[in-house]
Design a protein. Structure first.
Length: 470
């Protein structure tokens, strides 16, 4: 079904807005189905109890404050404000009920799926573009996390939108760069470390295609505009922290806590109750305590750098080997409604889907790199890419790091960079920077959810795919 005169591009190549609408609708319906099921079954647990409490206070006009058991109310900034503010907005509209808090995540999930579809719709077959959008729309790890009052699902959706906007920001004018900066500002409110992507995504897009001073200049301008806009979006809250918290934290004051946990050899690379250092035991102010914890963590790292670095493999393993965040949350919130069997089956399903996506992406990237490496001779020539992908996917950590590293190589190699889409190095950077952040702090399966849009984007790495569609 290609049609057209000889030499004309395939009929499926034009961007199909109706397909984007289908992808968004599928994503929304699937997520709302989970919301309907969870409405009166799943309440807030773990960090979700904090987000729910803060959101209720925000919705009631008490601001980002915490009421202690003795009735004392103090300003707070221990967790990022973005997610509870979003939930508070939903509570003001629909009432303070956990089911209401799930709806914004469902809506943003649909937008994230649509953004990934738009990112590839103009450069590949209709079938492949639909596969990319639907992979995000129906990824079981994201679906089961929709009822969770947690931040990582929201982050994954916003980063999918950021990938769509950011990689081509330098080629689409300052308005596109500014819009990308707004999205990065919003996702930084939800997860502060995401500010690093403001300059990275536009600059990463420069790596592909032909290199020139003009393209580099546009990329630098786009990166600068995006970064300035992102910080401008964050400025009001930073100013609030300066005046209310006694510390000009960009978004929240828990970086010191997290870094200290990341130095604990008994934590297994993941979260653990913090071991309060002696100098911090009489420090009660929230911001001052975080500063004290951060100082203690940096002191430990300086004194035992190799021991701290040796913890990195454990941190990466608990982040990328197995997500399990959604099944764990649903089971913890209501074991009767989501029992041990459901938790095991759903966890296995999301692991299988993620490994298949990684394998598919690895095969595509390895095939893309074939012109830059010596071909494997004989009958193994057609099999080496799938075999290599399967071998790498025996470890989720090794597979995702290899996928990102090979994508970055393909983006800069002189024989392949003209074949690579602009969002490929941005997706690689998202994975590698996320891995670096959690190697420094600590890991968890839920943190691995934020790289899902990047893995899916790398399923379609070519700048142009003229293979027949349907």
């Amino acid at each position: 079904m290609t049609g057209g005169p000889p030499g004309a591009p395939p009929a499926q190549a034009p961007r199909r807005f109706e397909d984007t609408a289908v992808v968004a609708a599928v994503a929304l319906v699937a997520r709302l189905a989970f919301v309907v099921w969870a409405w009166n079954r799943i309440g807030p647990v773990a960090d979700g109890t904090y987000y729910d409490t803060i959101a209720r206070r925000l919705a009631s006009g008490f601001g980002y404050t915490w009421q202690w058991p003795d009735g004392t109310v103090t300003p707070a900034a221990h967790y990022p404000v973005g997610y509870p503010a979003l939930v508070a907005f939903a509570y003001r509209i629909g009432g303070a009920h956990p089911g209401v808090a799930m709806v914004p995540g469902a809506l943003l999930g649909a937008l994230g799926a649509a953004a990934l579809h738009r990112a590839v719709a103009g450069r590949t077959t209709r079938r492949t573009a639909l596969a990319v959008g639907l992979a995000f729309a129906l990824h079981p790890a994201l679906l089961s996390y929709t009822p969770a009052l947690m931040t990582e699902g929201i982050t994954a959706s916003l980063l999918a939108i950021a990938l769509y906007l950011g990689a081509r920001a330098s080629e689409r004018g300052l308005g596109r760069a500014a819009l990308f900066g707004v999205v990065i500002g919003l996702v930084t409110y939800v997860r502060p470390q995401n500010i690093v992507f403001a300059p990275v995504f536009p600059l990463a897009g420069f790596l592909t295609a032909s290199w020139s001073k003009a393209r580099l200049g546009r990329a630098l301008v786009a990166a600068g505009v995006a970064t300035v806009v992102a910080f401008a979006v964050l400025a009001p809250w930073t100013a609030r922290n300066c005046s209310s918290m006694g510390r000009c934290a960009l978004v929240s004051v828990n970086g010191g806590w997290n870094l200290l946990i990341g130095t604990d050899p008994d934590a297994g690379g993941s979260w653990a109750p913090i071991k309060v250092p002696e100098p911090c035991r009489e420090v009660w102010d929230e911001a001052a305590k975080d500063t004290c914890f951060g100082d203690a963590a940096r002191r430990t790292i300086r004194e035992h750098p190799l021991a701290w670095a040796a913890l990195a493999p454990q941190k990466l393993a608990v982040t990328f080997e197995y997500f399990g965040a959604g099944p764990w949350y649903l089971h913890a919130a209501n074991p009767a409604a989501f029992g041990d069997g459901a938790k095991t089956v759903w966890g296995a399903l999301e692991t299988l889907v993620q490994r298949l996506l990684l394998a598919a992406g690895l095969v595509k990237i390895i095939r893309l790199l074939e012109p830059a490496v010596r071909r494997v001779p004989g009958r193994w020539g057609r099999l080496w890419a799938p075999l290599a992908a399967v071998a790498l996917c025996l470890s989720g950590t090794l597979a995702v790091l290899a996928l990102a590293a090979l994508a970055l190589v393909a983006s800069v190699h002189p024989q392949t960079r003209r074949l690579v889409a602009a969002d490929v190095p941005a997706a690689a950077a998202l994975i590698l920077l996320t891995a670096g952040i959690h190697a420094a702090f600590f890991g968890a399966g839920r943190y691995g959810l934020v790289v899902i849009p990047a893995v899916i984007a790398l399923f379609c790495p070519r700048a142009r795919d003229d293979a027949p569609g349907f």
